[in-house]
Design a protein around this ligand. Structure first.
Ligand SMILES: Cc1cc2nc3c(=O)[nH]c(=O)nc-3n(C[C@H](O)[C@H](O)[C@H](O)COP(=O)(O)OP(=O)(O)OC[C@H]3O[C@@H](n4cnc5c(N)ncnc54)[C@H](O)[C@@H]3O)c2cc1C
Length: 433
């Protein structure tokens, strides 16, 4: 990828290095220059399509790896290692000669002149742009939440949470603190999965590994604003998940809104003060600030409003995919829509570059699933059929292993799952990395 210094844009106060792809287009480019921002499910699938179609792609992400978010809570609860949910971007890009990786954060968009500005002071020109930055933790402006609660969105969040949990348990075992009480805020899939696995560690593993700790010195509480958990699921599955959590010893506080978070407590709207040594924050998501600041049309949750083809009305050369996109028929912010949208925008860009019209996106719904604990998961199929228990749990494991991006990760995660769920109880011992 050639690099040249270009004159300053009048709007830019500091010099930026312009990074150009190999071809300088004359008229319609033979090989479109595409910048893909965000290397998650949507971004990587877009890049794959584009690279196969011969486009020149710059893939931009602040991290040198892609994160497999659905298993982050397993990292946070010491079931698997951090490296198992990371896939190096350069290993991915190495498969495609026309793809270059830039480890940098998008800081601004210059849509009229078709270039993106990066936080490291450089810039990249494009013919087509794909925005796939995903979303991030929403603190909902709740007092003390950002300061005292722990998010679970990145590998760093998960490792920080894991270390905090382990430190609290050690201090409890050494009688340096009275107990380790965890409050999970948010009864969506992330909150339910996290509370479920923590409850199993509490009941079955910690008595073996930290025999000094008495059962009453630990607890797991799940707080949810609605009267049920797993809102996207049918009532039958919501109830099954709630029952499974209760059976595992989780204290459910349904219909309760958090109004403040303190260093050692979560305050509810009825004035209840729940003591909390570790507060895990999973009530919702919002578009990243840098995307919000770029002046794009935004809808619910800060998602970017796009056409049926997933591009911007005013700038049809700009596509948005994954959690960040808000199409006319909104889709759940989970992996499948992101994967399918990524593929779609890749294909539409190739079509547009050849002068063909872009097509509307149509989602093929494979259903949704969430795990509650050992041998307990819920599945909802597109035809409305629902299942919970052991079989969905096995399907969940298979699907999540199959999703994992590289062969080595598949093997290590399968091995870790074996020890966590089927091995002897003490082998699930929570340890910091
Ligand atoms: C804890 C957790 C558990 C989940 N569990 C499940 C599950 O079980 N099943 C399921 O289907 N879905 C699950 N999801 C949701 C699923 O992970 C997301 O829907 C999916 O990752 C969205 O893909 P995406 O490509 O839109 O965004 P992401 O996968 O979030 O990728 C976005 C990428 O953009 C990058 N980025 C962000 N800001 C910038 C910037 N300014 N400049 C450049 N790059 C940037 C990020 O570093 C990231 O690599 C879970 C999510 C979380 C957080």
């Amino acid at each position: 990828m050639a690099r040249v210094l270009a004159p300053l844009k009048s709007a830019v106060k500091t010099p930026v290095e312009r990074v150009r792809t190999r071809h300088k287009p004359v008229g319609r480019p033979a090989r479109p220059r595409v910048v893909v921002v965000g290397a998650g499910f949507a971004g990587l699938n877009a890049v794959r399509e584009l690279a196969r179609g011969g486009a020149l792609v710059a893939l931009v992400d602040p991290r040198p790896y892609s994160t497999f978010q659905p298993l982050i809570y397993q990292v946070a609860t010491a079931g698997i290692n951090a490296g198992d949910v990371a896939y190096p971007l350069r290993a991915f890009a190495g498969k495609y000669p026309s793809v270059r990786v830039r480890v940098a954060r998008l800081s601004n968009l210059h849509l009229d002149d078709k270039w993106v500005e990066l936080a490291d002071g450089t810039a990249i020109d494009y013919d087509y742009l794909v925005l796939a930055t995903g979303v991030t933790t929403n603190w909902f402006g709740i007092e003390g939440a950002r300061e005292h609660a722990m998010p679970m969105y990145s590998i760093r969040d998960a490792v920080t949470l894991r270390e905090r949990m382990m430190r609290c348990l050690e201090e409890t075992a050494e009688a340096k603190r009275p107990g380790t009480h965890v409050v999970v805020v948010g009864g969506g899939p992330t909150g339910v999965e996290t509370a479920g696995v923590l409850a199993e560690l509490r009941r079955h593993t910690i008595p073996l590994t930290h025999s000094e700790i008495k059962p009453e010195q630990t607890s797991v509480t799940l707080v949810e604003r609605l009267d049920y958990v797993l809102a996207p699921y049918k009532p039958r599955l919501r109830d099954a998940a709630a029952d499974a959590l209760r059976k595992r010893g989780v204290n459910l506080r349904l219909g309760s809104t958090v109004t403040a978070v303190e260093p050692d407590a979560v305050i509810l709207d009825d004035g209840t003060r729940l003591h909390s040594d570790v507060t895990i924050w999973a009530p919702g998501v919002i578009a990243p600030k840098e995307v919000a600041d770029c002046g794009l049309p935004q809808g619910k949750g800060g998602r970017v409003v796009v056409t049926e083809a997933l591009n911007l009305e005013e700038h049809p050369e700009v596509f948005v995919a994954g959690d960040l996109a808000l199409p006319p028929q909104p889709l759940p912010q989970v992996a499948q829509p992101a994967i399918q949208m990524g593929k779609h925008v890749g294909r539409q860009i190739l079509a547009a570059a050849q002068g063909r019209p872009v097509q509307p996106f149509s989602y093929r719904d494979p259903g949704i699933m969430a795990i509650v604990g050992r041998a307990e998961a819920v599945i909802q199929l597109p035809n409305g059929a629902t299942m919970h228990g052991l079989l969905p749990w096995l399907v969940w494991i298979f699907v999540h292993i199959a999703y994992l991006l590289s062969g080595r990760n598949r093997i290590t995660v399968l091995n870790d799952f074996f020890w966590r769920y089927l091995g002897p109880r003490h082998s699930a011992a929570p340890v910091a990395e």
